[in-house]
Design a protein around this ligand. Structure first.
Ligand code: ADP
Ligand code: MG
Length: 703
């Protein structure tokens, strides 16, 4: 019998929620805190002291000994430095745990060892963390005990953002301000704020711990760098939504409990397409909190896997030949008086506010397709976007039949008089209910799809923070709203002006709409004809951050300065070069120390076998054939290894980061592939008992 689980009781038990603040703070203090949470501004130091004490008391009651400013540097993961609540003992040696408002609001980690893209020199290392009051503090339990985590933004001494949260918060404010201008035009004067909401679906792989530790590539690179395909992959389509195995089920259960305690609304779980691949989706929430929670989801996935003697792989492409992992970033915008700007209603053709918002989004995505693509790039995602896998690297918007038809009518006649409806789906069985059909079918191949009352941005990598995609989305849509509001606020006849503007934007940007198969070669050709960018790799996308267009956009809304953008571009090159360097060195290590010696020993055995068989009176021809084949591949592998060593050394010695990153992509990666090919062939020829590491079959099926 499993123990009874009361989700309502455990939910957010490790979070310093608004409800707990209401309970523990004096009324006036509570009101000040919630006001700042909702509408910005600064807490007085006296208030901060009271909040800090209440937070500390709650944390200590729950076993906490330390606190940390939890932040998101440009490594894509989170960072924390623990400080205990221990204070100076009094004259009698008694210690009272302390935590002040100042310590809550501001921290000062050394910034020199985080990526800064040239913004910070090590001799000027000061960095600050600042409390993000909009994201609740929480308790993290680990080997270190219980730590109070305070979500913070991370900036340099000179005020540049060194993290992912600061620009995200800036973009949310920009979007709110510009979206308010739009809804006011339509008479909504009650709204005081517009919020971007995000629900990220997170894919991941699980692998047995013992097997994981026998694979240096998984340990160092997070993905396999060698590996012949298993006899069975995903071709039977039997894993997707398949029955969840006991061990994986136990893992999912524990993971949910961990996340619920942290206030993460883990909602959906299922097996994904590839063997040993799974997905978890929470319920959507404010973008900023969704970003923090997605980091917690990724951390918990790894931590809980360890408890179950497994490892969780978040890499976008752990195994060649089967699907990789991504995140679907579901995004919508809602006013604080409850209007989702992306809700079309039953008659979208008559919903002028919705049509204007849609037209603005078409304009934003078309104008900044390059930036949106950039925002979803990381090293691992290069194996998916634009490679042999979904989604394509070309940004386009899927609207679905109903909206596409409305847009078409608007462009052609300036008026959309009719709207396609979904109707009924007849099941044809008298005992089954007939179903009400959506007006639009789904399209799985589109990178940016309208799905009912939200857009689903499907390019994001599984290991990456979702901060950048949401910062970019917020920013580009804020710009389109602002330009539309500039025109409409001045219009003499609003109805005519808004009608004309919708038609203009939709006509000018219709090339971004594509409802067909995004995976096909025809689309690649068609997109090129339409002039849509097809940016194939992370480092080719990096320079989109510093075009005049991008700088103008981000500076206009105070989201990034030019200097911040330049530093981020540089970090992309650095990150890419370092990552490929690690992968190359890992391959060199595995091939040189494990694979080639094992195969060489095997050829020795084979040679002896050939001689013994001949001596025994048989021809030994097959054994000799095998020996020649293995020997040939061994020679090819050795030669490829030498080339890879030389190319990696050459790349590592390069000074210019951009040139270096491109050298890793164009030369080192090619040399890596050239080594992998003969090694994967050898794996298929050599006695399985001498192969020095677990195979794809074992890694993916022994979970
Ligand atoms: P799929 O069918 O694409 O796999 P899921 O149901 O697994 O969809 O996940 C959909 C995600 O979208 C969930 O995280 C859900 O909370 C989120 N979502 C639903 N409505 C909205 C909305 N209005 N804004 C943002 N996200 C939303
Ligand atoms: Mg989805």
């Amino acid at each position: 019998m499993s123990e009874l689980l009361n989700v309502e009781d455990i939910f957010a038990s490790k979070v310093f929620t608004v409800a707990k603040m209401r309970e523990r703070l004096p009324k006036k203090v509570f009101q000040e805190v919630t006001r700042v949470m909702e509408h910005g501004g600064e807490l007085s130091m006296a208030t901060a002291d009271v909040v800090a004490k209440a937070m500390k008391d709650w944390a200590v009651e729950n076993g906490a000994t330390h606190y940390t400013h939890w932040f998101q540097p440009l490594t894509g993961i989170t960072a924390e430095k623990h400080d205990s609540f221990v204070a100076h003992p009094d004259s009698e040696g008694k210690m009272i745990m302390e935590f002040s408002g100042k310590e809550l609001i501001k921290g000062e980690p050394d910034a020199s060892s985080f990526p800064s893209g040239g913004l910070r020199a090590t001799f000027e290392a000061r960095g600050y963390t600042a409390w993000d009051i909009t994201s609740p503090a929480f308790l993290k339990e680990s080997g270190c005990g219980t730590i109070l985590c305070i979500p913070t933004a991370f900036c340099s001494y000179t005020g540049e953002a060194l993290d992912k949260k600061t620009p995200l918060l800036r973009s949310m404010e920009a979007l709110s301000e510009q979206a308010l201008r739009i809804v006011r035009l339509f008479g909504n004067t009650g709204a005081t704020k517009v919020t971007a909401s995000v629900g990220p679906e997170q894919e991941y792989f699980l692998v047995d711990k013992d097997l994981y530790f026998q694979r240096k590539d998984l340990m160092f690179a997070g993905r396999t760098l060698f590996g012949a395909p298993a006899p069975k992959g995903q071709e039977m389509e039997d894993h997707y939504f398949g029955v969840i195995r006991e061990r994986v089920g136990a893992y999912m259960k524990d993971l949910n409990v961990e996340l619920w305690k942290l206030g993460v609304t883990a909602k959906t779980q299922h097996n994904e397409v590839a063997p040993a691949q799974h997905e978890l989706a929470p319920i959507y929430e404010t973008a900023n909190i969704a970003v923090d929670h997605n980091q917690l989801v990724m951390e918990a996935m790894k931590r809980v896997a360890e408890k179950h003697d497994m490892r969780c792989l978040l890499h976008e492409k752990p195994y060649a030949g089967v699907n990789g992992s991504g995140k679907h970033n579901n995004w919508s915008i809602t006013t604080d008086n409850g209007v989702n700007l992306l809700e079309p209603g039953d008659t979208p053709n008559k919903n002028i506010q919705f049509l204007l918002v849609l037209a603005c989004i078409m304009k934003a995505v078309d104008t900044h397709a390059d930036l949106l693509r950039q925002s979803a790039s990381d090293v691992g995602n290069d194996h998916r976007l634009g490679a042999n896998e979904a989604p394509p690297a070309i940004i386009s918007i899927f609207l679905g039949e109903q909206l596409e038809d409305v847009v078409k009518q608007l462009i052609e006649t300036g008026d959309a008089s009719s709207v396609k409806q979904g109707g009924k789906l007849e099941t044809g069985v008298s005992t089954l209910p007939d179903l009400v059909k959506d007006a639009t079918d789904r399209n799985r191949t589109s990178p940016f799809a309208f799905t009912g009352n939200k857009f689903e941005f499907r390019m994001v990598g599984s290991a990456d923070s979702i901060a950048s995609p949401n910062t970019t989305l917020n920013a580009i849509v804020a710009e389109a709203f602002s330009e539309a509001a500039d025109v409409l606020e001045k219009a003499d006849d609003f109805d005519v002006a808004v009608h004309d503007l919708i038609k203009k934007y939709m006509s000018e940007h219709q090339r971004i709409v594509f409802n067909g198969n995004g995976y096909s070669d025809e689309w690649v050709a068609e997109a090129e004809r339409r002039g849509l960018p097809n940016i194939k790799s992370m480092i080719e996308a990096a320079s989109t951050l510093t075009t005049d267009k991008a700088v103008k956009l981000f500076e206009k809304f105070g989201i990034f300065t030019k200097v911040e953008l330049e530093s981020r571009e540089e970090i992309i090159y650095e990150t890419y070069a370092k990552t490929i360097n690690i992968e190359a060195l890992t391959m060199i290590d595995m091939a040189g120390k494990d694979i080639i010696p094992a195969v060489a020993a095997y050829t020795g055995e084979l040679a002896n076998t050939v001689l013994a068989v001949k001596e025994a009176g048989a021809t030994g021809a097959s054994q000799a054939d095998l020996l020649v084949e293995v020997d040939g591949l061994l020679a090819e592998a050795r030669k490829a290894l030498k080339t890879l060593e030389a190319e990696t050394a050459k790349a590592a010695a390069m000074e210019d980061v951009k040139a270096q990153a491109f050298y890793y992509k164009d030369s080192v990666k090619v040399a890596m592939e050239a080594l992998r090919t003969p090694v994967d062939k050898l794996e298929m020829l050599v006695d399985s008992s001498v192969w020095p590491m677990p195979t794809y079959g074992e890694l993916m099926f022994e979970v």
